[in-house]
Design a protein around this ligand. Sequence first.
Ligand SMILES: *Cc1c(COP(=O)(O)O)cnc(C)c1O
Length: 351
Amino acid sequence: MFDLDKLTRKNIKALQPYSSAREEFKGRADVYLDANENSTGSVLNGYNRYPDPLQKKLKEKIGAIKGIGADRIFLGNGSDECIDLLFRCFGEPGTDNAIICPPTYGMYEVSANINAIGVRKVPLTTGFDLDEAAILSAVDEHTKFIWICSPNNPTGNTMNTAVVERLLQTFDGLVIVDEAYIDFSGKQGWLPALGKYGNLVVLQTSSKAWGLAGLRLGMAFASPAIVGILNKVKPPYNVNDATQELVLRALANMEDAAARIDTIISERGSLEKKLSQLDIVEHIYPSAANFLLVKVKQASTLYKKLLGAGIVVRDRSREQNCENCLRITVGTKQENEKLIQTIQQYQGEFL
Ligand SMILES: *Cc1c(COP(=O)(O)O)cnc(C)c1O
């Protein structure tokens, strides 16, 4: 059964974390001479003070939006920081391993490699769903993580709920469900299951549906115990003040985000329809995200033609079961039209 104490690395359990000035004194004062900041200010007329290390205001706002207690929220400098911290807190370098299910987001493997965590690849089925039996047989006594991306990048589909649920019930390491694209899926996702499963970690991000990729804010939702361990290991001021302030401002207007999500979902439908009418397109995978995985004739040639026309898409042809597949982000109406026109112009050359 799941035992967080057993899962956590010994050095992390023993770690006496760095105590920052902003953590040691939490009250309000008139004069702050405790952190060697520049008391005269800055040319920006602000930002001379260190940010809140635990991002309390932001967590309260996010908690209210997501319907979850602030004590179950960890914030990182992008999801990528959350991924790295999970490996560092719970994976013993050189000993432990993680299961990933390709084709999927590349950072799980890169981050595992950086942290000397073994990577066990259990490919998704040809329908891009989880292969439950293969995952279970890949688990050994050093398997600490199962990484699940749902909706998955680059395939766009969500993963079978019953399989994820059984993995949560039977696997005694962490099941991490990366929901970077959940707001485009129309599905609720795994946040409501957090109270039930102590081994569940849900990752989300401000980079996609909220449109704030440049600010770098990733979210990990988990038990208060897991959040406490991540907080102990993170750099003290990992989420900067401008980001905390700007994201808070953005989240005061959730109607704007909701409208953008609706626009993207509707554009996704139109783009899919127009692409499906092109002779060069062989298959479009159903998408619950803000991109489409599109199988074409001669992906790498088309990719270069598009580049020549100033349009960048992602060539995913070398990923498992993605031969001749391009991953195309849903753009604005105008951008999508330009894409379609450009493909129409060139497709005769391939047919
Ligand atoms: C885009 C994306 C993220 C977001 O990463 P950030 O570091 O938060 O920008 C996370 N996971 C997946 C699967 C993604 O595609």
